[in-house]
Design a protein around this ligand. Structure first.
Ligand code: SAH
Length: 265
């Protein structure tokens, strides 16, 4: 058992507890030690599609509920997930809510924590390795680099429902060196045309990384000018990273991926 010396709710034995655990981006080795410890003592694991299923092997004793979105299936609605966590914790269970990447980075972990807080259920947040930085890292792209990029922004390429993207393109383009879009594959055209419209150079390097950190990782690089044709067959989940740091990819690439297309000059 791992020891830690901070105050937490772990020893609350009278009621259940929910651990909101970040599962990391895909590579099962990127789970934290604290996340592993929680899985090993869980009575119930409630997991997402993006959380690597291999991690469930750390919890053979646990009941498993899959609330992930599968192709041709509707995901469990967020309200229902919130209700499952509350109802099962009220039965006294130790619950791991296993979420892809980090629970608080575009993961709706904040909503789940709010719902638990409202119901008076003890909970802990176990941060995870977010795809926003680790997927670029596995493609040999540092999100910041001295002398090249001193700022980075994480942006969602998808808004709730059918709302348009709520992005200040001018401010982003002028004020931030590296732009990392999550959930952006279907908005790629909008992202590229919006950045070009506010004056980002057509020569700006851009990469799309599909299923990063996994054996089937696929990287496509190019420039704002040519990426639309070349990235046409990229599918979610994928990260879009834009900025000069992308040009480090050919030199720093270390993780062997199955397919790569490069159109950078
Ligand atoms: N909480 C998660 C993000 C959830 S939003 C995190 O911190 O990583 C889901 C988006 O994450 C996907 O649409 C994709 O943009 C990104 N993503 C997650 N895992 C990924 C992976 N292995 N490769 C590429 N993108 C990934």
């Amino acid at each position: 058992m791992l020891e830690n010396n901070y105050t937490n709710n772990t020893d609350n034995s009278s009621s259940g507890i929910v651990y909101l655990v970040g599962a990391g981006p895909g590579d099962p080795g990127l789970l934290t030690l604290r996340g592993l410890e929680c899985l090993q003592k869980a009575d119930l694991v409630v997991h997402d599609r993006l959380a690597n299923q291999q991690l469930l092997a750390h919890a053979p004793q646990a009941e498993i509920i899959d609330v992930g979105k599968k192709p041709d299936h509707h995901p469990t609605p967020q309200e229902r997930i919130n209700a499952i966590l509350v109802e099962e914790a009220q039965k006294g269970k130790v619950i791991v809510r296993l979420k892809g990447g980090d629970p608080f980075v575009f993961g709706r972990g904040g909503e789940e924590a709010l719902s638990l807080a409202k119901a008076g259920i003890p909970f802990e947040i176990i941060p995870g390795v977010t795809s926003a930085i680790s997927v670029p890292a596995y493609a040999g792209i540092p999100v910041t680099q001295r002398g090249v990029a001193c700022s980075v922004a994480f942006i969602t390429g998808h808004c709730a429902g059918s709302k348009p993207l709520d992005v200040d393109w001018q401010a982003l383009s002028q004020g931030v060196d590296t732009l990392v879009f999550l959930m952006g594959v279907h908005s790629l055209k909008l992202i590229v045309t919006s950045l070009l419209k506010v004056g980002r150079s057509p020569e700006t390097p851009i990469a799309l990384i599909e299923r990063g950190t996994l054996p089937e990782q696929k990287v496509v690089t190019g420039t704002l000018d040519n990426i639309l044709e070349e990235a046409a067959d990229i599918e979610p989940p994928a990260i879009i990273i834009i900025g000069k740091v992308v040009s480090l990819h050919p030199t720093l690439e270390w993780f062997k991926s199955t397919l790569e297309i490069s159109l950078m000059g």
